[in-house]
Ligand binder design. Structure first.
Ligand code: ATP
Ligand code: MG
Length: 570
């Protein structure tokens, strides 16, 4: 490709809206163009990378035995009503009506459609197991689209769905996808960690997320170096701290805590540790139209996902109760406690283990001390706090560590969550209709692209791994008008291109420094500079990973180095 003919415009300055390296560099390198918030156009260089990423995923999915299809983004409401998700999926779902008032949505995911396809086309158990996938555009009206391709409103996902006869089959299909995902993310040279995950609005009973490790990630992970336990904090559990184990219960005392509402205020006023106190957080669950109090120790945070799962609500339906609503429940904001509160109460295990807890008295300016679960109040005990680094591993008891990650993929055991209500069945030996046992498997293709940049960049720009780089090599003549330079550059370009090396010839009439900066920003792995020594067939050779090193080499040697590298690309 001739640089002069490319649709290419790099930016010197960081666009104001971009906050993280991948977003900044994708815009600056002219790989994507922003249309409106969370909506992007892929320019030629960006599209080349995207296609390579898709093809690696496609190759590994095909090798795993899965078969590719392509569905429409448009999905009818009826399918979502059959699964029960039309009412459960919140405002993220982009809904619309056609001219006949028929309702549709733009697919944020495709469980319903794949289930319908298999239900209609597959009747015999001879066709099972089956794994079908697509690489397709998804739509989610995210509350806060941000970080460029990381969280956009339109994005590309690879989604696969497996259909098995029974649980044992699903376990195999799931493991096959787990292994396939590991191979895919290995091929992207990502540093990643598979972790246990919550199943969210997709549903099912087991799930893993694949997390690309990065400080800009929006997910928190806890993991144990000793036994290998690793989980997203939404899912993570930890051993309960039972530090009051040897205390005897004592009588409740009402203490005045004038205007002290927060854990910090009350604990320093009463000269106690935050972990002796209990936070009583009151939520309104709009899905089940009920108030719920959640109790965690004063040094802990509520894990709202665990709360949602326990009460079978949704993320969009759970909100904090207002001060007026709390008054209506006979309590007062800042002084809430479980005693005398007539609503559903979820008690974190650690709170249930306290023998002498300090809780709000449900009246202004008072707290109660020596409160004891079982004796003074009850509720549904479970894991309702957020696990964090330093907590003890739920499996082996060693201290957990914490890090941040970008969720690039997630796999789920759906079981019969969709096949049962949607009647996706096969006929068994006894001539009975049995629901198929399903799994679903997603990779954020465009998010993966951004994640590679997060892990592979420096001050100058992107450092693409060779197998996903938009081009392998660029030839930069110092002065393209110079006869010897032009001749050598052209010859090199022809040789490399013919040999299958994706090469750019920078024939632009611009200063060499300007050209170098462009290609370093874009992240082309190999740069060949044709300068004064062109007459002797000697060029300068630069590798993007070692940008400070510039070697003067005979042109043949450069060609063979590049050919060698390119022939091993996978
Ligand atoms: P998140 O928790 O980040 O919102 P999710 O769990 O809702 O993601 P899934 O339903 O598991 O997402 O979708 C499969 C994959 O699609 C995710 O693992 C992620 O890589 C990608 N993905 C999801 N939402 C977005 C988005 N808004 N922009 C880009 N990629 C996304
Ligand atoms: Mg997910």
């Amino acid at each position: 490709m001739l640089a002069s003919k490319m649709l290419l415009k790099t930016l010197k300055d960081t666009p104001q809206e971009a906050k993280i390296p991948s977003h900044i560099l994708l815009l600056r390198a002219g790989m994507i163009k922003n249309e409106v918030s969370g909506v992007f156009n892929y320019l030629p260089l960006g599209l080349r990378v995207l296609r390579k990423i898709e093809n690696i995923i496609r190759e590994e999915m095909d090798n795993s035995g899965a078969e590719e299809i392509l569905c429409s983004a448009i999905q009818p409401k009826e399918a979502w009503e059959e699964s029960g998700r039309w009412s459960k999926y919140g405002p993220e779902l982009i809904r619309f009506k056609d001219r006949h008032e028929r309702e549709f949505c733009l697919g944020p995911t495709h469980e319903e459609i794949f289930t319908t396809i298999v239900r209609d086309l597959v009747k015999s158990s001879k066709n099972l197991p089956l794994n079908i996938y697509q690489i397709q555009t998804k739509y989610r009206d995210e509350v806060r689209p941000r970080f460029g391709l990381m969280r956009s409103r339109e994005f590309i996902m690879k989604d696969a769905y497996s259909f098995d006869k029974d649980q044992e089959g699903l376990d195999k299909s799931y493991q096959n996808m787990y292994d396939t995902y590991s191979r895919i993310f290995d091929r992207f040279h990502l540093k990643y960690r598979p972790v246990l995950a919550d199943t969210g609005s997709i549903g099912g009973n087991a799930s893993h997320q694949f997390m690309a490790l990065s400080e800009v990630g929006e997910s928190d992970i806890v993991y144990c170096d000793d036994c290998g336990y690793a989980a997203d904090v939404e899912k993570a559990e930890a051993k309960a701290d039972n530090y009051q184990m040897n205390l005897e219960p004592a009588d409740i005392v009402e203490v005045e805590t004038p205007n002290m509402r927060t854990i910090e205020e009350v604990s320093s006023y009463l000269k106690v540790m935050p972990k002796e106190m209990v936070k009583t957080i009151i939520y309104y669950d709009n899905f089940n139209k009920q108030f719920v109090a959640v109790l965690v120790r004063g040094d802990r945070e509520v894990n709202e996902i665990k709360v949602i799962n326990a009460i079978d609500s949704t993320e969009n339906d759970l909100r904090l109760a207002t001060e007026e609503e709390i008054l209506g429940l006979g309590s007062i904001h800042g002084f809430c406690g479980p005693i005398g509160l007539n609503i559903k109460i979820l008690v974190d295990t650690e709170v249930s283990l306290l023998k002498r807890a300090i809780v709000g008295a449900n009246k202004a300016n008072y707290h109660l001390t020596n409160v004891c679960y079982g004796r003074d109040f009850t509720g549904q005990v479970g894991f309702f706090r957020k696990a964090c680094g330093g907590d003890l591993c739920p499996v082996c008891g060693k201290p957990l560590k914490q890090e941040r990650g970008i969720e690039v993929g997630q796999i789920f055991k759906l079981q019969t969550k969709y096949s049962l209500p949607m009647n996706c069945t096969y006929t068994n030996e006894k001539n009975e209709q049995v629901p198929m046992v399903m799994g679903c498997y997603g990779i954020g293709v465009t998010r993966t692209l951004a994640s590679i940049i997060e892990q592979y960049h420096d001050d100058l720009g992107i450092i693409w791994p060779l197998n996903v780089a938009p081009y392998h090599a660029v030839i930069v003549p110092i002065n393209y008008k110079d006869e010897a330079q032009q001749a050598l550059a052209n010859e090199l370009y022809n040789t490399l291109t013919k040999a299958g090396v994706e090469t750019i010839l920078d024939d632009r009439d611009a200063k060499p420094g300007f050209k170098f900066k462009d290609w370093e920003l874009i992240g082309i792995p190999y740069m060949i500079i044709c300068g004064r020594n062109s007459v002797n067939n000697v060029v300068e050779f630069k590798v993007r990973t070692k940008v400070e090193e510039k070697q003067e080499l005979p042109v043949e040697q450069v060609i063979s180095t590049i050919l060698n590298a390119v022939k091993d690309i996978r």
